[in-house]
Design a protein around this ligand. Structure first.
Ligand SMILES: [Zn+2]
Length: 352
């Protein structure tokens, strides 16, 4: 079985949501559930060895079912969030992550050696990520504390504006060039992440924000869960020019399993063939190279192809890629090693 280290999931958001309704998040993860996509039993079954687990503050229902007769939509950008309640939610989600660790459900990994050790122990290697920096202040004091707690990756924005930058709204078809990029505070955030060793994720940022980070950052560009705009022209996917910049930086793009980002028609239908996933991988390998394409499932955060179903179905994607001509060495890169390489670089552990 090919081990998978996956670049984006929202399991903490699902566990937090269910905890608010009275569920025990530790038991839900360790014992398993039929809900959502990731828990310990299903991760084992599918060869999911670890991944980036997002601390994510919800905007609630953003109305993503509003489409016209052609299946087109342009959902307005969600309103900015207040910092204090966002910080409370972030602390709640981080506490769930640490409670799972204390109960033996996974290991919170702070460096490459932690990930290797977790895998050797057969434990899920969880890396804490913050998807949208609403909990962080402009002076970056909270960043220092979250880093000390184990945060090793962040996106300055989700699809919302923050004090750090501008997010891209969900729209199909649409260019990713939907507004301004980084603010001055955002530039300070990028420099500080480079300095202390936090990966910077460009999923959800506007195209201008992408180029701002490309100019500023001295690390490989990472887009954890986005696909090829040429195949699925949603605002969240990357243009050929962006893919070329990722390649140029020795960076990485992770395949998002969200059907709305895989299908030619952008429809929200789980009846989406694995061939659509392979098509995006092929295209991105052609444009970024075999060392710059990985997985960023969006498990627990998106509607994914029914054929995959959940984390237990991951090897079906591996098999589809194998049938499409990817050999063992390529599969190891796409499924795991490329993520380890860029994370180690972001964490000052090795040259990219
Ligand atoms: Zn996302």
């Amino acid at each position: 079985m090919q081990a998978v280290f996956d670049g984006h999931n929202d399991v903490l958001f699902r566990l937090w949501t269910n905890a608010a309704k009275g569920a025990d998040p530790v038991a839900e993860f360790i014992e398993g559930t039929r809900q959502g996509h990731i828990d310990m039993p299903r991760a084992r079954k599918g060869g999911l060895a670890g991944g980036l687990c997002a601390i994510y503050i919800t905007s609630g229902d953003i109305g993503d079912d509003a489409r016209d007769g052609n299946g087109h939509y342009a959902i307005p950008l969600s309103a900015p969030l207040e910092r204090a309640p966002s910080l409370d939610i972030a602390l709640d989600m981080a506490s769930i992550a640490f409670r799972i660790e204390r109960a033996g459900g996974w290991k919170i990994c702070r460096n490459g050696a932690d990930i290797d050790a977790a895998e050797a122990e057969g434990k899920f290697a969880a890396v804490l990520h913050m998807e949208g920096c609403e909990p962080i202040d402009a002076d970056l004091a909270a960043l220092e504390v979250f880093y000390a707690a184990g945060l090793r990756s962040l996106g300055p924005v989700w699809s919302r504006n923050t004090i750090f930058g501008h997010g891209v709204p969900f729209a199909f078809p649409s260019s990713p060039d939907t507004g301004p990029g980084l603010t001055e505070a955002g530039k300070r955030l990028v420099r500080e992440c480079n300095r202390i060793g936090i990966a910077i994720d460009l999923a959800h940022i506007t195209e201008k924000g992408f180029w701002d980070v490309a100019r500023l950052s001295d690390k490989p560009l990472i887009v954890s869960h986005s696909n090829a705009h040429a195949l699925t022209p949603i605002s969240r996917n990357l243009t050929d020019k962006q893919l070329a910049a990722v390649r140029e930086s020795n960076g990485l793009v992770g395949l998002n399993f969200a059907v709305t980002m895989l299908r030619e028609d952008g429809a929200k239908s789980a009846d989406t063939p694995l061939s659509d996933m392979v098509r995006h991988i092929d295209y991105m390998v052609e444009h970024v190279g075999i060392d710059g394409v990985a997985l960023g499932s969006d498990f627990d955060g998106a509607t994914i192809p029914a054929e995959i179903g959940d984390a237990a179905g991951l090897q079906k994607l591996v098999a589809a890629l194998r049938n499409a001509g990817y050999g063992d060495a390529d599969l190891a890169k796409i499924c795991r090693d490329n993520w380890l390489r860029v994370l180690r670089s972001a964490w000052h552990e090795a040259a990219a």
